[in-house]
Write a protein of this length. Sequence first.
Length: 278
Amino acid sequence: MKFTKMQGCGNDYVYVNCFEEKIDDRPALARRVSNRHFGVGSDGLICICPSDIADFQMDMYNLDGTQAQMCGNGIRCVGKYVYDHGMTDRTEITVESHGVVKNLQLQPGPDGKIATVRVDMGVPELRPQFIPVAEHGTSFINKPVVVGDREFFVTCLSVGNPHAVTFVDDVEHFDLETWGPKFENHPLFPEKVNAEFVQILDEHTLRMRVWERGCGETMACGTGATASMAAASLCGHVGDAATLRLNGGDLLIEWDKAQNRLYMTGPAVTVFDGELYL
């Protein structure tokens, strides 16, 4: 089976062209290829498939084999893959992920291959029951939540998957290995949650670390960066745009509040092509 390893800000996945390849057990393959000692090594598996409602479909699995709803870094690499491999010659395409269609603007570099991608991340979902959060009301913004033996102020929203954003004073020394799993598995989140811990550097710049459900800490999370910027704006820390500094690189997040749509722009990189013997 042929595959391509790609990464966006260090958030790396194994990509398989399912227009040409057939995979019988995608969760099992995700667990196999993600292993960094006995497999290819990745944060998961992304299958590029036909779609009835978009130009392409992204079917994504975490490294533990669970199916994921959306990945901002992953979908940028899908855009690069289909353009660079001649599956489209258009620089504006649509990609379906978990039944939701995203619009992508592909931006070629000097070599004619895609260097960066701008993704319309859609309308942020703030209603707790649709995130989901086990809480009543119209939103969950900067509310106190007891996690373990500590109280955090948390903002929750969905940008295709659930996020809980907390602002901290020193994110570099924050004990993510301890608090990440506690957030992910907190009873407040019936489908678990992706947890972002964010330090405000200035009114245009945020530093973020992320604990992704089913993965643990990753180098970057596009949906997490999008959710973090939206949470920072809702809490009055930034305006309508900010650069998110992640472990693996920077993402620009913009919020068009007139249209109530979030946009993410960032790099997409091919690491290598390979062949896996099943």
